[in-house]
Design a protein around this ligand. Structure first.
Ligand code: ADP
Ligand code: MG
Length: 466
């Protein structure tokens, strides 16, 4: 299936090819035609599957002059991201987008709302503006994006409040990575005979994959990644990141320390992406740093290691990511870095996987395995006429021991570096996880807390959003 099968306006099709979207993703394939028919929908698909375009494209296609679309997202980061993404798709249609969130000037946002046809807002600020009568929008389309996240953050009442301002005949779309009962109830209350669309990934965990996770502090992520790369010596690896910014950042860092790595994400030029993928397939590139979506459809059989730089937020993405290794009967390894802020995601993943908690090897551990590997290499290699010639030549100047140590030093050119210890000990990691379990089973007011913490300003968002 192609985007042209949807009968989209030529301005949109043209933009899509410029941006480098070749084919609709599965959720786009299912959702776009229904939305274009005017149906209310409830759509479920994991993070990174292209939900923004799934609702953005048909809305842009249908939005007439003077009409408005309202998209509600849980966080300010997402509001900005979705707003930018939709502006990018609709650029040639001349449709402006506004992002509306707390902690920023009212006046600017109000004037942006007036001149924009697509308004992407977080619940709190939107309610503020609506209740105080400072804006008056009667949207033709309403999207609840990441609905599960909004409920988790305690925004249910706010959402109900927002719907009071939505005209009855508006088309309403609800997108979510998971579909808990509360979301279905929400859909029942506010949507009109919605169609349900669901994209599932198979929860089949491959027996050939070993799964390990390591508990660290946020500031240790890069050191931990490098230590584990040094220790595991992957022949071919994918490092998954949540955001494009992380992809750039991690790829640059790995390159900086001399690893053969490259980033891959949707903002890169199509030609460049193709080259990177080809290099990865043909073993010219050892480490690919990618977002979930950029790596989707990447068909490579001999990936030895998958690294999760951050844990994905939902278990389905996890399964999807680690499925990149251990293919075609080969052994694979999946390695996840986890901070205490990700324990919630970890506990979901633990339920469907066989992930084991581990301790990050010390610098000494790495050096010892390096020595072992070099000894093994020397054991397995035979002398050649050329090598004999070199030794004979060197013997004019050095004794054999000196010559041998010089050669060994040559093999050690890229010696592992860094702190002796990185991350939590196994004991400490277990203690932290137990504590988290205890805390979450004892707090019924957890949801409200999230919301308050989030509004305050705000550690919750920082580490956790794409
Ligand atoms: P979700 O909301 O499901 O988490 P997003 O809408 O944020 O996913 O999309 C994730 C990334 O995938 C974005 O960078 C987007 O540009 C890219 N993307 C979306 N649809 C496609 C497509 N059909 N082909 C290639 N990339 C896509
Ligand atoms: Mg999204």
């Amino acid at each position: 299936m192609n985007f042209s099968d949807f009968n989209l306006k030529k301005e949109l099709l043209h933009r899509l090819s410029e941006i480098g979207f070749e084919k609709p993703s599965p959720i786009q394939e299912k959702a776009i035609p229904l939305i274009l028919e005017g149906k209310d929908i409830v759509a479920q698909a994991q993070t990174g599957t292209g939900k923004t375009a799934a609702f953005g494209l048909p809305i842009l296609n249908m939005l007439k002059k003077g009409e408005k679309a309202l998209i509600v997202t849980p966080t300010r980061e997402l509001a900005i991201q979705v707003s930018e993404e939709i502006f990018r798709y609709g650029r040639d249609l001349g449709i402006h987008t506004a992002s509306v969130y707390g902690g920023s000037s009212y006046n600017r946002q109000i004037s942006q709302i007036k001149t924009s046809q697509v308004i992407v807002a977080t619940p709190g600020r939107l309610i503020d503006l609506l209740n105080s009568g400072r804006i008056d929008i009667a949207p033709k389309f309403v999207v609840l994006d990441e609905a599960d996240e909004m409920l988790d953050m305690g925004f249910l009442d706010d959402i109900k409040e927002i719907f009071k301002f939505v005209p009855n005949d508006a088309q309403k779309l609800l997108f979510s990575a998971t579909m808990p009962k509360e979301i279905l109830n929400l859909a029942k209350t506010f949507l009109k005979e919605p169609e349900f669309v669901k994209i599932t990934t198979q929860n089949l965990i491959n027996e050939n994959i070993k799964e390990y996770c390591y508990v660290i502090d946020e500031h240790e992520r890069k050191d931990a990644l490098i230590r584990l790369i040094d220790y595991k010596a992957p022949s071919k690896a994918i490092v998954f990141c949540r955001t494009k910014r992380d992809v750039d950042d991690v790829a640059e860092y790995l390159k900086g320390i001399g690893l053969n790595a490259s980033g891959l994400h949707g903002d890169m030029e199509q030609r460049k992406r193709e080259t990177i993928i080809r290099n990865f397939k043909t073993n010219k590139l050892d480490i690919l740093v990618a977002t979930d979506v950029a790596a989707r459809g990447l068909d490579v059989n001999d990936v030895s290691h998958v690294f999760n730089y951050h844990l994905p937020l939902d278990p389905e993405s996890y399964v999807h990511r680690i499925g990149r290794t251990g293919r075609a009967g080969k052994e694979g390894m999946a390695i996840s870095l986890v901070t205490p802020y990700e324990f919630k995601a970890l506990s979901k993943i633990e339920k469907i996987s066989k992930i084991t908690l581990k301790e990050i090897p010390t610098l000494e551990d790495v050096k010892n395995t390096e020595i072992k590997k070099i000894i093994e290499k020397i054991n397995n290699i035979d002398a050649s006429p050329k090598s004999i010639e070199i030794i004979e030549e060197l013997q004019n100047e050095f004794d054999l021991f000196t010559i041998a140590t010089k050669f060994a030093a040559m093999l050690f050119e890229k010696e592992a570096k860094g702190k002796e210890r990185i991350g939590k000990s196994l004991k400490e990691a277990k203690r932290l996880i137990e504590r988290e379990k205890f805390n979450s089973s004892n707090s019924n007011s957890g949801r409200r807390n999230y919301k308050n913490r989030n509004q305050r300003g705000n550690r919750y968002n920082r580490g956790r959003r794409r």
